[in-house]
Ligand binder design. Structure first.
Ligand SMILES: *Cc1c(COP(=O)(O)O)cnc(C)c1O
Length: 426
């Protein structure tokens, strides 16, 4: 046994990892572009952007340079009472691509905290306005908004949250809208919202990522947002996963006519290099906090709020994202996905194939229902790793969401291995 395996086992508790004997983590020594280089000499193609965060490839020189320069100049400073250029520039950069109704940027340090901030911002908005009855929240069944308590409360009540269910606050869960249940969901939603007690409606726009890349239409979401906003319910778009080009546009909400009131961003924000979270809001929301009354202050912050190194990484990633080169790459991935989709939809082992921007997902037909704990998962993950491709299926759902720098040849290699696996299921 290698020395590091023992050291890792003796000292580290890994996330989302069942503690059973004999599980070996893979040691990554270096990463570059779309590849992870392991200690046993393998070169693994990262087809899921390392937990959906990477945009421009690993160890990108422009981001690395921005990080190094920032670290040598100002590595961190308390963000209450002080400010700095990387945070101001990043706020301006983000506001330049967010919908025009977004007017202020609040920083935190990951996706869960971005959502916690959004919920607290919405709840206190009503508190500050003296409307004590506005305490309800609407979310979708199966949603994922993070692993902290507020984020867990508005997320899927399944195996992951079961041990904590007595500690989670009440939420009105509606099924994700589909062609079949559409009218039912709209009716339930309108019934809840019309009582004027719903503080906020939180959703992952167009795609429930962790639930298994489940997609729904912009039309129906638009209809829900329009009704919610007519009743002043605050609409929170959790774009932690969908932001920064993943869906083919800067934000999934760019597909909507009615713009959400609050946006949550993280994952791709720094190009996947540093931990950073953002919650943006409208002027109207912020106005409810402008007061001489100290009780109307938003008392929320983290030690590493707006960390300058993370902001510098985000600014470097922003410039890469806006370049025509990256935009062409995003379109190209989408085009290749759509071609592969045509092939997949005829495959006997495939159910419900779908594409949105740079995301392609399919369900493998199994006897069990589609879910994270579906047994088939234990076969899929090693299957691809043995072929030096990193794909991390959610149950029987296989999805591909590569860093944008992946080449046509590399992407076609991923497709080929996916097809090979599917053929083995026939
Ligand atoms: C990953 C994710 C989160 C949580 O972000 P963390 O940085 O892992 O806390 C929240 N919402 C969505 C939609 C996500 O995909």
């Amino acid at each position: 046994m290698s020395d590091w395996i023992k050291r890792d086992e003796q000292s580290i508790w890994h996330p989302f990892t069942q503690l059973v004997n004999g599980f070996e983590h893979i040691m990554v020594e270096k990463a570059e572009g779309a590849y992870l280089y392991t200690s046993d000499g393998r070169k693994i193609l990262d087809a899921i952007s390392s937990w959906w965060v990477n945009l421009h490839g690993h160890s990108h020189p422009a981001i690395a340079k921005a990080v190094a320069e920032q670290a040598l100049n100002l590595e961190h400073v308390i963000f209450a009472g002080f400010t700095h250029e990387p945070a101001i520039t990043l706020a301006e950069n983000l506001l330049s691509i967010l919908p025009p109704n977004q007017s202020k940027i609040f920083y935190s340090d990951n996706g869960s905290t971005a959502n916690e901030v959004a919920l607290k911002m919405a709840f206190q908005y009503w508190y500050n306005k003296g409307q004590q009855k506005r305490t309800k929240v609407i979310a979708f069944e199966g949603a994922y908004h993070g692993d902290t308590f507020g984020a867990m409360s508005v997320g899927d009540r399944g195996p992951f949250s079961a041990p904590f269910s007595p500690f989670l606050f009440d939420v009105e869960f509606l099924p994700m809208p589909t062609e079949e249940n559409k009218q039912e969901v709209v009716d339930q939603f309108q019934h809840l919202v019309a009582a004027n007690e719903v503080a906020a409606f939180i959703f992952e726009p167009l795609i429930l990522g962790s639930a298994g890349m489940k997609m729904y239409t912009a039309e129906i979401l638009d209809e829900l947002i329009q009704f919610a906003q007519a009743h002043e319910t605050i609409c929170i778009a959790d774009e932690v996963f969908t932001g920064f080009g993943r869906t083919g546009k800067y934000f999934a909400s760019d597909y909507l006519a009615h713009k959400p009131d609050i946006f949550c961003l993280s994952k791709g924000l720094t190009g996947g290099a540093m931990a950073l979270g953002v919650t943006s809001c409208t002027e109207k929301i912020m106005d409810a906090y402008k007061s001489a009354d100290i009780m109307k202050t938003f008392f929320h912050g983290h030690s590493f709020t707006a960390n300058p190194i993370a902001c510098a990484a985000a600014n470097a990633s922003f410039h890469l994202l806006k370049s025509s080169d990256t935009q062409e790459k995003i379109s190209k991935i989408n085009q290749l996905h759509l071609e592969f989709y045509e092939l997949l939809k005829l495959h006997k082992a495939v159910e419900n194939c779908r594409v949105l921007g740079t995301i392609l997902a399919l369900d493998i037909k199994t006897k069990e229902v589609t879910s994270y704990v579906n047994e088939v998962r234990h076969k899929l993950y090693p299957y691809f790793l043995e072929r030096n491709i990193l794909l991390r299926p959610l149950g029987n759902v296989i999805y591909i969401l590569p860093p944008y720098i992946i080449t046509e040849k590399e992407l076609k290699r991923v497709y080929k291995e996916v097809l090979g696996l599917l053929d083995s299921f026939q």
